[in-house]
Design a protein around this ligand. Structure first.
Ligand SMILES: Cc1cc2nc3c(=O)[nH]c(=O)nc-3n(C[C@H](O)[C@H](O)[C@H](O)COP(=O)(O)OP(=O)(O)OC[C@H]3O[C@@H](n4cnc5c(N)ncnc54)[C@H](O)[C@@H]3O)c2cc1C
Length: 465
């Protein structure tokens, strides 16, 4: 028996409230640690680092208020965690599980080493509503490949209780660890209000604000011009500054808006469960054949997409919103992703990697799952032959052009119909609105109708092989 403290290893669960790994089963006094692991960090853009820094500083404050503190270490967790456990004589190390292939290999290696050295491991699942493997089809024992039956089973599945009660915390930083901003090489104040305020108390306030308007979610969620049409809680769920069960419980399903919102939390669990079962979903098509689409090598097209210079205003607006804020509205994520894959015929994996770097809510499971959905290669995906028309989508979901005017100011003076497709206007009308195509705003880099035919042929050939 060890007489040292337990260790709570924080990862994507940066909160004290409703945090099963912090409380644990039969816990001893607990020290809290976060390990900055350079490998996953290398795929994170600067905004995600700044946000992580903010959350870590706020978590440290919360833990100090409760008698502990946050030890921030740097290196490969496979050696850092067992070394810390040995130094402290820890009896148990607790964490919340994660589903990416990298995280699962890392956790297996940490577990293996700790167990060999006589330290117990407790894995909880405080980052999802239901743990992976708990919602499966009775006939196969596997995660459902279609969302609706999954979501029905997800709703009907009893929740495994999480350990409850105030955590028993002790400090651990005495002479150890570094400040998160020093390790992450960023300033927590960078980006000001463009990024959410750090920590679970700020996240709780965001949730409170969302509760004021959630009843309108079902009618407003697809309108990117509406800043309060969706919750923008995705980065809090990603960093775990909010518990997904807590979010679900306070929102409930009493109105159609609330029920529609909870359904999105089921999508989140579904993609995580699928990735946990099939780690290759992060990079391989789930549909046979569709890994062999003859993608185009088009660095100039990719660059135009990435920088918001495709000549399709809705695509450019979305990519500029991403570049400037680290977040993009879901409807526009679908349109921009579809444009890359189906109009430019560029491999979805390149777009997935770009989003994964830039989004403040980026998670492999959610990002790859949604990219595969758009590309038509994943489970329950849109069939590949259904191709979004960016102009029709734009007119339908931004009818007043408010979103376009915010992000593509070059076109601000165009009327509500033309702003979605400026090339449809004649030179005189364009000049009257002060728009010079090919000058400050580009001509479309591709003709949608032609691109559609090219994509249908390429996918059709791959599917037939
Ligand atoms: C190409 C593409 C890439 C995406 N990459 C990510 C990603 O890396 N991380 C991420 O969290 N979401 C991703 N999404 C899903 C979705 O766009 C975001 O979760 C959503 O826009 C976040 O905004 P919100 O919090 O206001 O969402 P809300 O509409 O308020 O939804 C509430 C919560 O439900 C979950 N959710 C909503 N839509 C989806 C969805 N389609 N799939 C899974 N969960 C969902 C999110 O956790 C979200 O915070 C992606 C979607 C697309 C089309």
């Amino acid at each position: 028996m060890s007489d040292g403290p337990d260790i709570c290893w924080f990862r994507r669960d940066l909160r004290v409230a409703d945090q099963p790994a912090l409380v644990g089963h039969d816990p001893a006094p607990t020290v809290s640690v976060f390990v900055v692991d350079p490998r996953p960090l290398a795929t994170a853009g600067r905004r995600r680092r700044v946000l992580l820094t903010r959350h870590l500083l706020a978590l440290d404050t919360r833990l100090r208020d409760a008698g502990g503190d946050l030890l921030v270490l740097e290196g490969d967790p496979v050696s850092v965690i067992p070394e810390l456990a040995a130094e402290l004589g820890a009896g148990t190390v607790r964490w919340n599980g994660d589903v990416s292939g990298y995280a699962r290999r890392r956790d297996a290696a940490v577990r293996d080493r700790l167990t060999r050295e006589g330290t117990e491991v407790q894995e909880h699942w405080g980052t999802l509503v239901q743990p992976p493997g708990s919602v499966v089809a009775r006939s196969t024992g596997l995660v459902q490949r279609v969302f609706t039956p999954f979501s029905r089973a997800w709703e009907a599945t009893d929740r495994t209780p999480w350990p409850e009660g105030p955590p028993s915390l002790v400090p651990a930083t005495d002479g150890r660890g570094r400040r998160p901003d020093a390790v992450l090489g960023v300033d927590a104040d960078d980006e000001g209000d463009l990024l959410p305020a750090g920590g679970e108390l700020a996240a709780e306030q965001r949730l409170g604000a969302w509760l004021e308007v959630v009843d309108g979610y079902d009618s407003r969620r697809d309108l990117p011009a509406d800043d309060t049409g969706t919750s923008r809680l995705s980065s809090d769920l990603r960093f775990g500054t909010l518990s997904p069960r807590h979010v679900l419980d306070v929102v409930g399903t009493a109105t159609p808006g609330r029920a529609a919102f909870v359904r999105q939390l089921a999508w989140r669990d579904w993609y995580a469960h699928l990735l946990a079962e099939r780690p290759e979903l992060a990079h391989a098509a789930m549909k046979p054949g569709l890994d062999d689409v003859a993608w185009r090598d088009d660095p100039a097209g990719f660059q135009a997409w990435r920088t918001g210079r495709t000549g399709y205003p809705i695509v450019d607006a979305g990519m500029r919103q991403l570049a400037e804020t680290g977040w993009m509205h879901n409807r526009v994520r679908m349109i921009t992703a579809s444009f890359l894959v189906k109009d430019l015929l560029i491999d979805w994996r390149l777009g997935e990697a770009h989003f994964r770097r830039e989004l403040i809510d980026a998670e492999v499971s959610q990002n790859a799952g949604n990219w595969q959905w758009v590309a038509g290669t994943g489970p329950d995906a849109a069939p590949y032959f259904r191709i979004f028309n960016p102009v029709t989508q734009s007119r339908r979901f931004d009818p007043g052009g408010g979103y376009l005017r915010r992000w593509v100011p070059e076109l601000r003076a165009l009327d509500d119909r033309s702003i979605h497709a400026p090339w449809e206007l004649g030179p005189l009308e364009l000049a009257a609105a002060g728009v010079h195509l090919g000058d400050e705003y580009p001509w479309p880099i591709v003709d949608h109708a032609e691109a559609r035919e090219r994509t249908l042929a390429a996918y059709g050939a791959a599917a037939a092989r």
